[in-house]
Design a protein around this ligand. Sequence first.
Ligand SMILES: Cc1ncc(COP(=O)(O)O)c(C=O)c1O
Length: 395
Amino acid sequence: MAFSPNHTGNVREERENLLLDQSGRPTWTDIDLTALLHNLGQVYQFLHPSQRVMAVVKADAYGHGAVPVSKALRDAGIIDFAVATLEEARALRRAGIDTNLLVLGGCFPGQEEVFIRESLMPALLDMDTAERLNAVAVRLRQQISVHLKVDTGMGRVGFSPQQLRFALPRLKGMAGLVIHGLMSHLACADEPTSGISASQQQRFLEVIDLVRASGINPVELHLSNSAGIAARYCRECTLVRPGIMLYGGLPGDAFASTLDLRPVMHLRSCVAQLRQLPAGSGISYGHSFRADRPIKVAVLPVGYADGYNRRLSNVGKAIVRGNLVPVVGRVCMDWIMVDVSAVADVAIGDSVTLLGSAQGLTISADAMAAQLDTISYEVFCRIAARVPRRYLPSA
Ligand SMILES: Cc1ncc(COP(=O)(O)O)c(C=O)c1O
C-alpha cells in the first residue's frame, strides 16, 4: 500500500496516494445529496417563513463529509452552519464556506486569535472565556460575535440562568464582544410526552427577557435540535439547529409517522469471494456460526475497521440482488460473511448494501442502531475515515 513502502514523508503526496488507493476500494459509501435536500425540505415544513436553518455539520457532518454536505446546503440557500470544534470550522473556511459559522464547543485558551481572524463565532459557555475573548479582541482593535449559551435544563455546558443574572452587566461592558446570539439546548425533545422540553422552553423565554432587560439584544435566538423542530418548540426563535434529521435519522421513535426522511448515507461493499461450504462448517472467528445445512457464503471486504460494528456478528443484514440476507459468523476487522444460499444468481463483484437502500429495500440507521442498543448518530459517526465517500449529485 502507498503508505508504507512508498513512504515519502510528504503528507500531501501520501494523502493523494491514499485517495488513489481508496478510489479502487470495493467498500464505500454513497452519499445521496438529493436525499439531503429532501430532508432539508422536511425541516422547513415545521418553520415559519422568517426562521432560518443552522445546519449542524459537526463530526464531519455526522460522518457524511462536512465540506460536500455544507456546499450542497449552501447551494440550497443555507447561510448558517454549526460545528463542534475550531478545527472543523477551519476546514470549512478552507473549503470556501464563508458564511455564519458557529463553534458549539466554544473557544479554548489560545484559540482566540484564530476565531477572530477567521470570523468564527464561538458558543460562549462561561465568563472566563468571555474575558479572554474580550481581551484579545480589544488588543486587536476588533470585535468578536458570540452566541451566549444558557443551560435551561440540559445539565451540560453554558451559563445557568442565575449565573447569567450576574454576568450580564459585565458582558454588556465588554467592548470586544458582540452577543450576536442567545441559545440553549433541549435534553429530552425526543420524548415528546416528558414535559421537560416545555419547561426548558419556558426558562429560555424568561432568559430572553432577562437578557433584553439588561440592554443586550441578540439578533439570533435558537433552541431546537431536530426533535425540537418536529415538536415545534420556540416559535420566537430565529434559527433552528437540525442535525440528524438532515441525514435521514429519526430524532425519536415518536416522529416515525410525521417525518418522511430519506437515508443520505448508503454503505456498500462487493462480493469478493463465494464459498460453497458443507453442513457442519464453522464460519469466522470462534465458529460462533455453524452451518446446519450446505451453505453458500459471500465474503465481503468490510469489517469493524470500516465502522461495521462487531456486535452485528450473526445479527446484521445485507441487501444482495434484492434479497435481505443475514450476516453469519463474527464480523472481522476487514471481512464479513453473509449467507446467500437463497440468492440465485449471486456473483463475484455484486454490490452489497449494508446500510441504506438498494433495490427497494432499506436497512435504516435507526434499525441498525436498535440492534446495537445505540442511536443512529453513532452508527453514522462510526463509519471509518478509510471508507471513501462518493457523492451522488443533488438533482
Ligand atoms: C448544541 C446542539 N445543537 C443541535 C444539535 C443537533 O441535534 P440533532 O442531531 O438531534 O438534530 C446538536 C447535536 O448533538 C447539538 O449538540
